[in-house]
Structure formats: structure tokens, C-alpha cells
Design a protein around this ligand. Structure first.
Ligand code: ZN
Length: 569
């Protein structure tokens, strides 16, 4: 208990760094969000009709689903919003976050666990604990530029708007040491960019098509001794240093500089032989324990399991109601409603076991899902818990974006290297989702399937994957808006030119940041998919018509998590 509270405080300190920048961005994003919501409201009122029931907290979720005996029909926005309001309450009592290591996170896990215990007693609920590295930076890191005979000391501050640089999360410590400085050409996304960094402090700009962590891995591979990122300054929001997150196993000292400080270093390195002095003191604490939770149907073949997952944690910056309260609570409603249908006695149970999972620590790099997949491929994994027992992983990460799309992971955009049998089955899943949207006369869009959410490790290990995504920092196009207006009715198309979730990874990701119309449709689609797969006579052959190839998930598997993406878009 104490260590949890202790790490909570330390993490608060760590993340307090972003507060001032955050306040500015909250104001901007709250303005966009309120414009989006106002637009929806105005048009709703003008038409004198609503397609969405608001005031959702009035219903509790203790009623059985409708008697039609159909999982899709059992999905109601009121149930979903009931749970999201509970997550909001949890965040309100926990400094507005549900990030790992905080009380908001442990309360979220308890909420899921306790709700299932009461409302789905016929599911087997299992907690899967694992450890996350815990540290804090001691004192002020030091960065001094030595060039042309003079020294320039850069300002370190936890107030990013006023600092020249800050440390990267999971930076290695370094005693005060001098390094020659070398500038990495381009964005440092290509191994060719890193040919001259051995033994040097490598200075690299943010942006490009790769992540902080990928740049760091290249720096490591080509034997850089320290890594200095600097912001690209392409927008006013990208002048200050940012908090880069690296892999927990990173061994390079790393900091991130402001655009101006970065330019100063580039000039110095280009004109003279410049060196830097760097010091970062890190205090490591015992790692803290967090948990994945999975709930299994007791019925169905344990060697043929349908896994439905989404992450339970938020980012430190906010309550994470859309990301990923929306997906996590969709899965809670799916689990509860299926459990009730199973109990009702007049619902034919599936041949396949269903396992509903809530993954922890997605936001620091899919850590919970990777841990689960790695445990499942251990030779000691028991029957039913092995990767080969998993037929498919459906992932729900962000389903209620305010300026939403009805997004379907595009199986054919799976990363090169994805086992072909997993890719082919994933395309089938995409098509099944999109044809459901078509049949229900709903608009939809294909979205990126690059492994940046918890399905990544399953897909990489050769398991068919799929899922839905309502959008983060993508912008709604005029064409998209027109198409959504046409299908959903006047005023339901959202705002063209605005991003799909202006509160993505921000403090304003509250229950106000949910489009209830879009959210309900997405969860209905998810329910349809589960029931459709559950009812297939031969799901293994449907998913893997040419047989199944599994691939060993590498020990150092590390995804392109969105959280690591350092491009402003
Ligand atoms: Zn997410």
C-alpha cells in the first residue's frame, strides 16, 4: 500500500513537468471540443430530434439485456455511459488521471473486477500481475555546451515552457561526463543516419516516420554514448522540449531539448568541434505491481479461445475517458451482457471460449499485452493459456471520439513481417466489420493496422487480429464529413478540418469527450462481431483457411506505440 502511494506521488512529480504546457493545450482543445459538441447539439435542436439518448446516468446496468437473445441488441449507450461516469468519478478522486502507478489506475482495475464479480458471476475472472520499472530523477540534470572556448549552460526546469531541456523517461543515469557532439542527419529514422555516432553524443530532431524509442534503438545499435533529442519547431506547440519515453530496458542517457536549444547545438556542432557535458542522476525504486484482468466464459473449447481486449490505463495527463475508458467499458458491457445471455438459458452458447481482457500499461508501450503474449508463449503456459489456444484477438482502443469516424482496422495494412495467415484472417475480420456497417447503412472508414495498440503482439505472433477505432489526432476531411452527414443525418457528420479527438491524451478527455451516437454504434459492431464469430461452425478454418503459422514473439518485441510517436500532426 505504502509503495503504491509512494510511487503515486513520485509519478505525480514526474508528470507535473507537463502541467504548464498542458494548461495552454487544454484551453485550445477544450475550445475545439466544445465547438464540436455545440455543433452536434445545435443541429439536434434545430431538427427537434435526437438519435442519441443523453442523461445516461439515470439507468443502472443491473437490468438483463433485451429478450431478443441477441448480443448486438443488448448494447445500450446508457450502460456504456454509466460505466464511463464511474471511471470519471474514479479519475476525479485521483488527480484527474487513471495512469499506471496512480490510485486512479488501481481503482479502475478494482472497478472492473468488482463489477464482474457481482454482475457476471458465471465468468472466471483472473488477475495477471506484473512489474513496471519505477524511478525518479534526482536534482537537476546538467547540460553544458563547450564550443569555441566558452561554455553555455542550458536551463533545466520541470516547467517545460521555461526549460531548455528535460530528461527522457527511462533515460540511463550518467555522472558528469564530456562527449563530442555529432548531429544526426535527416530525422534519424534510417540506419544510414546513424553511421557517425559511435562514442559521441548524438543530436537528433523529433519527427519523421519513427518514434523516440526507435531512434534510441538505432543510437544504441550504432554505439552512441548519449542521445539528445530536440523539438522540430514546425508549429508554436513544438518549440518546448517534450517528455520522450524510451523502453524500460534502455541503457543510454537521453534528454530532450527545446527547438531553440537544439538549433544552438546544431550551429555549434557545424561550426567548431563542439562538446557537451551531461549529468543525469536517477534514483531507482522497487518496481511497482500492476495487473491485467481477464474474464473467461466457463463454456467453450479452451483450445479455441476468442480474446477480446482493450487497455485499462490512461495517460498521466488526463482521465482517459475516450482513451481508453470507451474501449475498456465496451468490453465490460460485452462481458456482462454475454454472461447474462449465457445465464438466461435460452441463448445458445458458443463452441469457443471467450476471454475478455483489460490490459495494463498500454500507454507506456503495450506492456501488459506484451507481457500476456510472452507468458502465453512460455513453454510452462498451461493448456488454454497458450498462444496456440488463441484463435483471434479483437482490440477496442478508443471507440467514442467526439468528432468520430467509425473506423475499422484495415487488415491489409498489417506491417510487413506479419505472418501471412494472420494477415489474411485479419482481412476477413475487416470485411466482416465493414459489411456490418454497410448493412446498417452506416458510414465507416478503414484505419491503420500498424500494431500501435494491444493487438500488436498477438498479430506479430501469428494470431488473427482486428478491431475498431474512432480516431485520435487524425483530421476529419470534408469528404468524410459529407459521407457521414449523408448516412447519419444532418448535423451528425461532425466538423471537417477538426481532429477526431481534440482531447486525445489530454486533461479534457472526460465524459464530455464522447460522441454517444458513434460510441453506441461501435460497441454494437463489436457485439455483432463476437456473436458472428461465436456462431460459426468452424471458426479456426474460417480464420485460417490455409492453416496456421505461429511466430515466436521476440524477447525484445517493442511496438510503435502511439504514445511514443513524436510527430505533431
Ligand atoms: Zn489507447
Amino acid at each position: 500500500m505504502c509503495s503504491v502511494v509512494g510511487s503515486f506521488v513520485r509519478i505525480l512529480i514526474l508528470f507535473a513537468i507537463g502541467v504548464v504546457l498542458l494548461i495552454v493545450s487544454i484551453a485550445l482543445n477544450a475550445a475545439t471540443l466544445s465547438t464540436i459538441n455545440k455543433r452536434f447539439d445545435e443541429i439536434k435542436n434545430a431538427n427537434g430530434q435526437t438519435t442519441v439518448s443523453i442523461g445516461s446516468t439515470t439507468r443502472t446496468t443491473t437490468q438483463p439485456p433485451s429478450s431478443s437473445g441477441n448480443l448486438t441488441d443488448s448494447i445500450r449507450i446508457a450502460d456504456l455511459m454509466y460505466h464511463l461516469n464511474e471511471l470519471q468519478r474514479i479519475a476525479n478522486d485521483a488527480s484527474n488521471t487513471r495512469a499506471i502507478g496512480t490510485r486512479g489506475f488501481s481503482e479502475t482495475v478494482n472497478y472492473i473486477y468488482n463489477y464482474l464479480a457481482v454482475n457476471a458471476p458465471n465468468l472466471n475472472v483472473v488477475r495477471q500481475p506484473f512489474l513496471v520499472k519505477n524511478f525518479t530523477v534526482k536534482g537537476n540534470p546538467i547540460l553544458i555546451l563547450s564550443s569555441g572556448g566558452s561554455n553555455r549552460t542550458f536551463t533545466y526546469s520541470t516547467n517545460l515552457a521555461r526549460s531548455d531541456f528535460t530528461y527522457a523517461n527511462y533515460s540511463a543515469p550518467i555522472a558528469l561526463t564530456e562527449f563530442n557532439l555529432t548531429v544526426v542527419p535527416n530525422y534519424g529514422c534510417d540506419p544510414a543516419d546513424w553511421q557517425n555516432v559511435a562514442g559521441q553524443a548524438a543530436l537528433v530532431v523529433l519527427g519523421g516516420i519513427c518514434t523516440f524509442a526507435e531512434k534510441c534503438e538505432l543510437a544504441n545499435k550504432y554505439n552512441a554514448s548519449a542521445l539528445l533529442y530536440y523539438n522540430h519547431g514546425l508549429t508554436t506547440a513544438s518549440l518546448a522540449p517534450v517528455i520522450a519515453r524510451l523502453r524500460q530496458v534502455n541503457t543510454l542517457p537521453a534528454v530532450c531539448l527545446s527547438y531553440a536549444a537544439g538549433q544552438e547545438l546544431v550551429r555549434a556542432a557545424n561550426m567548431t568541434s563542439a562538446s557537451i557535458w551531461l549529468q543525469i542522476e536517477i534514483e531507482n525504486y522497487p518496481p511497482f505491481m500492476i495487473e491485467n484482468v481477464c474474464a473467461n466464459t466457463k463454456e467453450g473449447n479452451i483450445n479455441e479461445t476468442i480474446v477480446i481486449g482493450g487497455h485499462s490505463d490512461s495517460v498521466p495527463a488526463g482521465p482517459g475517458i475516450n482513451d481508453n475508458g470507451s474501449g475498456a467499458m465496451a468490453i465490460l458491457v460485452l462481458a456482462t451482457n454475454l454472461a447474462r445471455l449465457y445465464q438466461s438459458g435460452n441463448y445458445i452458447k458458443y463452441k469457443y471460449r471467450v476471454r475478455f481482457c483489460w490490459w495494463a500499461a498500454e500507454e507506456i508501450g503495450l506492456v501488459g499485452a506484451i507481457y500476456h503474449a510472452q507468458q502465453a508463449q512460455n513453454s510452462s503456459a498451461i493448456i488454454g493459456n497458450r498462444l496456440q489456444d488463441y484463435l483471434i484477438n479483437l482490440n477496442y482502443d478508443m471507440l467514442g471520439s467526439p468528432n468520430y469516424m467509425l473506423g475499422v482496422y484495415n487488415g491489409s495494412s498489417a506491417k510487413p513481417g506479419t505472418p501471412p495467415s494472420a494477415r489474411n484472417g485479419s482481412i476477413r475480420i475487416s470485411e466482416t466489420f465493414s459489411s456490418w456497417f454497410d448493412r446498417n447503412n452506416l458510414p465507416w472508414d478503414y484505419t491503420d493496422f500498424s500494431g500501435r495498440s494491444d493487438y500488436g503482439p498477438f498479430l506479430a505472433a501469428g494470431i488473427v487480429a482486428g478491431g475498431l477505432f474512432s480516431g485520435a489526432d487524425e483530421t476529419k476531411t470534408p469528404e468524410q464529413r459529407a459521407r457521414y452527414e449523408e448516412k447519419l443525418g444532418l448535423g451528425q457528420g461532425g466538423l471537417a478540418g477538426a481532429i477526431l479527438d481534440p482531447c486525445y491524451h489530454k486533461a479534457c478527455d472526460t465524459t464530455d469527450n464522447i460522441n454517444q451516437l458513434g460510441y453506441e454504434k461501435m460497441v454494437q459492431a463489436a457485439a455483432y462481431m463476437l456473436e458472428y464469430l461465436g456462431r460459426l461452425d468452424d471458426l479456426p478454418t474460417w480464420l485460417y483457411p490455409n492453416g496456421r503459422q505461429t511466430t515466436e514473439l521476440p524477447e525484445n518485441y517493442f511496438p510503435n506505440s502511439d504514445y511514443f510517436r513524436d510527430v505533431d500532426s
